[in-house]
Structure formats: structure tokens, C-alpha cells
Design a protein around this ligand. Sequence first.
Ligand SMILES: *Cc1c(COP(=O)(O)O)cnc(C)c1O
Length: 455
Amino acid sequence: MSTNIPYKIYLEESELPQSWYNLRADMKNKPAPLLNPGTHEPMTAEELSPVFCEELVRQELDDTTQYFKIPDEIVSFYKMYRPSPLVRAYCLEEKLQTPAKIYYKFEGNNTSGSHKLNSAIAQAYYAKKQGLKGVTTETGAGQWGTALSMACSYFDLDCKVFMVKVSYEQKPFRREVMRTYGASVTPSPSETTNIGKKILAEHPGTTGSLGCAISEAVEVATSTEGYRYVLGSVLNQVLLHQSVIGLETKSALDKYGIKPDIIIGCAGGGSNLGGLISPFMGEKLRGEADYRIIAVEPVSCPSFTRGTFAYDFCDTGMVCPLAKMYTLGSGYIPAPNHAGGLRYHGMSSTLSQLYADGLMEAVSVPQTEVFKAAEEFARIEGILPAPESSHAIKVALDEAKKCKETGEEKTIVFGLTGTGYFDMVAYEKFHNGEMDDYVPTDEEIAASVAKLPKI
Ligand SMILES: *Cc1c(COP(=O)(O)O)cnc(C)c1O
């Protein structure tokens, strides 16, 4: 093992992954298939293709092909902001006086500010290749909409984003980044769709929800010639594209003969974590190595730690296929004071199966602790982290502090998924002491889970 490990381990451009790794190929217990919400039969490619791009449907349903070659056009785009650095957190180790060795993979070095661009560019590419005119999607906080608008402008595709009305009004800067890249951004619910009109008639003055925005985006995609709907997390295809994070991380570590003991990531819909852990989990599944893998989620949206492993709707509008996953129920909405992101009610079906099989752990953390960790990290390592990413920071700090007590020299790797520049309202709440740690009661969760579809 080399002792001279640099602060930043960069890969050469020529070392960029040339294929995505499909973790499902190495799973003995495959994730359960998506089901048609009407018939409860597995969704076929024919049923999925009016909604999603053909090649993406193929990737979604393929759980046997180990590697998918990354098309040259996507590799060229990746070269503009990848490989992303793997940073050795020497300053943090010093400050904590821990014998632990801490590394983080930083995905916030692109204009969209997060890892979401890795899948956005792939989805835009396949839409273009199919000869489509454009794509539709929803966005809540705005990271996905921003990433997708960048990707669509690169391939000269139209991009229609339905942005939850409250975010549209409260996050004007995200909105303007999307418009800079040529996307049209519509506050949801809107008068431009039937479902939007219906919701507005029933709930005048509503500030919208992710579920409603999904329903509007799907309606436009399926009723407009040459359009399809795209999604930024949860789906198998998104985890496949995000495997680029894990493959780069592994190559960088291998260069210096480093083997991690613990791998930590935040979990919203599961795409960054699924991507980061993929090659490591692959080794674990094939019996070649062992790692502790920890998913971190908010106490206010605890799908892994307090959810039920069952079939559920992927959206509040109940228009999308059913997925078997750890879920809090598709009607579950985190407390209004929740500011840290990761507010999706379910979890990727691939990660859900791995968790059910005992191959990974999950913990939930309160948001005030998350922001404390974010501030500590910003002050020591210099990077202003996204609140979502700070969930992983919090648990990495906890594990490093444990090593200080036990004297163990563990190697910890965590995913730093993005920057927090557009989240300063949340930081402001924290600084003003206006943030609390609402923990949902068992009754609230039970009431939401009671509405799961009966399969
Ligand atoms: C969207 C997002 C997440 C959570 O999504 P996953 O699909 O769970 O990865 C985490 N961090 C950042 C910065 C994000 O934008």
C-alpha cells in the first residue's frame, strides 16, 4: 500500500468508465418487477414505451446484462465534468483526531450542482436517438430539472419541466438556471393539463406537490406527439447510469491499493447510493469482498427504517406503475418544517431488495444534526454541502468519532452528492433556530401505509 495518498485522487480522462455496471445482474434475489396498476401483471416493454424512451425501457427491464457500453456521445459529455474527484479528507481527520481514513466522492462540480446530471445526459441522449422532439418531467427542489435542462440543451431537445408551485415561487434562481438552458418551466398545478385544471378546481390556491407535478408531466408526455416522460431517481435505469460514480471511486481507490471498510450515502430515491455502492456491492454479492454499506435517511421521511416492504405507487397521483419497495405510502408527506430534501415516500426497488436481504444497513438522522454536520464540514473541508449530502456527512462523522474511541483505523468512503448554494433558505432556518426535528408517530405512518394497494 502506498503511503503518499494525495488530497485529491483524480483519474485520467482515459480512465473514465466505458460501461455502466448493472448491479441487478449479480443479484440472486432480483428486485421485484414493476406491475401494471390496473391488472397487477408485470409491466411489458410495450406498456412502458408510450411513457418512456425505448432504450431506457430495455435498460429498465434488463436484470441479466452485467455491463452496458456508454455511448461515445455520453462519454464526451461526461468528459466536461468527469472524472469527479475522490477527496481524502485529511483536514477533517486532523480536526477530529481520528485514526479513521475518510474519503468523499464529490459530485457537485457541475453547474447543476449534483450527481443528477449523470443520468440526465443519458436519458436525453436516448430520447434524441429515438428521434423524439422533447421530454417532460417534474422537479421539486429543482436539482433534477436543472440537470435535465442542461442535458436537453446539449442534444437540442425540448424540455418541459413541471415545478411544484411552492418551489417555483420560493426558488426563483433554480427556475432561471433551467430557463437559461432553454427549458420551459411551468408551476404545478397548472391550467395547461386536464389533471392540473381538475386539481385547481378542487383545491383552489394549492401550492402543489411532487405527485401532482408527476401526473401533469406524464399527461403531457403521453398526449403530445414526439414526447416522453423521464424520471431522475428510483428507477433501475437511473441506478445503472449512476454506477459511473461507484466505478470511478473504485478505480481511484484501486490505484492506491485502498480497500474501504464502510461506504456511506444519503438515500432519497436511492440513485446516488445505488450508483456509489454498485461495484462494491457486486463484489459482495459474488463473495469476493465484504463491506459495511450504510444508507442514511431523514427521521422525517424514514422509508428504509420505518417503512413497509410492499408494492406501492411511485407517485401520489397513482398513474405510474407499482414498484415493490420500502415505502411510507404514496400519500405520505414529510412535516412542513422538513428542509433537508430526501422527501420521497419510497425507495429504489433494487436497494430495497438488498436491504431486505441484509446486505446493507440503514439509519435515520434528525435534520438539526444534519445541518450541524454540514456546517462542521463546510468550515473544515471548505465545501458548502447540499442538505441531502449532509445526511451522509453526519454518519461519516459519527463513524470517524467511533474510531477515535476504539482506536480502529477504518477506511470510510462517503458520497458528497452536491453543493448547497441553492439551499440557503434551509441553512437560514437552521441559523435562526427555526428548525425542529419532527418525528412522525407510529400512528401517522400506519395510517399512510394502510392505504397501500392490495396486491
Ligand atoms: C436528488 C438528490 C439526492 C437524493 O436522490 P437519490 O436518488 O437518493 O440519490 C441527494 N443529493 C442531492 C444533491 C440531490 O440532488
